[in-house]
Design a protein around this ligand. Structure first.
Ligand code: FA5
Ligand code: MG
Length: 370
């Protein structure tokens, strides 16, 4: 598969973030380590989280209000930090090991060898701690090369929360600093929704947890969190403190709260979607305006050792854009010579109209978007 060959046409060549003008040439570069496609560049300036009438913006505002109310406006908010960050900020500063998979160019978008599109809002933790912030929320668009289905998209939004405690905070309680931060973290996040805690691992927290919510008959992971590794605090000049941190996937929670069935809808400019939401209104249930039939195509091919599913998904998305709903491995077999073949089922479905079999054949054969 050639990734450079099939590309959808793009209009914008400059985006503005936090007063900074970023040219396409600065992000989609000829650098050998660059793997940012045009379609990802166009998402850079969209900032859905800063639109008051968009479900992502409505949810962000509601969570900000929750924190203001419960913590008397103590949390500082950042929602305009540039998503182009250093490898150091994205990985080293939060103790991600040098050989961790998330650093690979199969998982992360690299602008050049020292610069990435942030893959989580944790990329801003250390910098803000160094600046002296002790209570903060960071909201922003994050970027990941990932598989394709109704709850995964290569661009999504996270909110990071960090709360640093000092010995005075846990001194009067009967528990140690870590237990104190753990209890406070869980109390802060446990809400009205049906949820459960799952133990997990992150390089930057210990203990670490995931919060899952029951949605569409399944447990859906909406956030990762934990007690911040002492090393991160120490490096930021905080030797006597303890802290909790969380990273919330805004799309996942918005899907539950607004009943939005597919993550691609957040990017829809169709009025039948956008007109259903209003500033400050969290209770609205999305009324699907259509459920057009899907068009399935099975595709088999021999794979080499360098094959990855993320690369396949990038190619499929480069050709079909948001028409692709899911890419799923349905069969795999290895012959006597040790060659492996994969069969993928690609589901195409438009949010706006019925697709014909013919146009999907054209699309697959020639990369033509009708
Ligand atoms: C993180 O990104 C950690 N930085 C979170 C964290 C922060 C942990 C602070 C501890 C302390 P994770 O990769 O699990 O963790 O992603 C966090 C959330 O982002 C997930 O729970 C999910 O809600 C959302 N998410 C992850 N991948 C996608 C995707 N492809 N599309 C939409 N949402 C996603
Ligand atoms: Mg996770």
């Amino acid at each position: 598969f050639s990734q450079k060959k099939w590309r959808q046409p793009v209009a914008a060549s400059v985006v503005e973030i936090g007063g900074l003008k970023i040219a396409k040439e600065d992000v989609v570069r000829d650098d050998p380590t660059n793997n940012v496609p045009d379609a990802i560049f166009t998402k850079l300036g969209m900032q859905l989280h800063r639109r008051d009438k968009h479900p992502i913006g409505i949810l962000k505002n509601a969570i900000y209000e929750y924190f203001d109310k419960n913590y008397s406006n103590k949390f500082e908010k950042f929602d305009n930090l540039c998503p182009i960050v250093s490898v150091k900020a994205n990985f080293d500063d939060v103790l991600v090991p040098a050989d961790h998979v998330s650093r690979s160019d199969n998982d992360t978008y690299y602008v050049d060898s020292q610069t990435v599109l942030r893959c989580h809002t944790s990329a801003h933790q250390a910098e803000l701690l160094r600046r002296g912030c002790t209570h903060f929320l960071v909201t922003g668009d994050v970027y990941r090369r990932d598989s394709i289905d109704s709850t995964h998209y290569p661009v999504f939004h996270q909110m990071e929360g960090v709360h640093v405690f000092s010995p005075d905070d846990w001194g009067s309680s009967r528990v140690d600093a870590t237990s104190y931060a753990t209890q406070d973290l869980k109390a802060c996040l446990e809400g009205a929704v049906e949820m459960r805690w799952v133990d997990t691992y992150f390089p930057f927290t210990n203990p670490s947890f995931e919060l899952e919510i029951f949605f569409q008959e399944k447990w859906l992971e909406v956030l990762g969190c934990g007690v911040m590794e002492q090393e991160i605090l120490k490096r930021s000049g905080k030797t006597d403190n303890s802290a909790w941190a969380f990273g919330l996937g805004l799309e996942r929670l918005a899907m539950v709260l607004f009943d939005i069935p597919d993550i691609r809808l957040f990017w829809s400019t169709d009025e039948r979607f956008t007109s259903q939401f209003a500033k400050g209104e969290l209770g609205v249930k999305f009324k699907p305006f259509s459920k057009f039939p899907p068009c399935y195509k099975d595709m088999s091919f021999w794979i080499s050792d360098s094959f990855t599913e993320n690369n396949l998904c990038e190619v499929v998305r480069g050709i079909a854009g948001d028409l692709v709903e899911e890419v799923r491995l349905i069969d795999s077999f290895t012959n006597e010579k040790g060659m492996t073949s994969h069969c993928y089922r690609i589901a195409y479905r438009s949010m706006e109209r019925s697709l014909t079999d013919e146009e999907i054949n054209d699309l697959q054969n020639h990369g033509i978007v009708c």
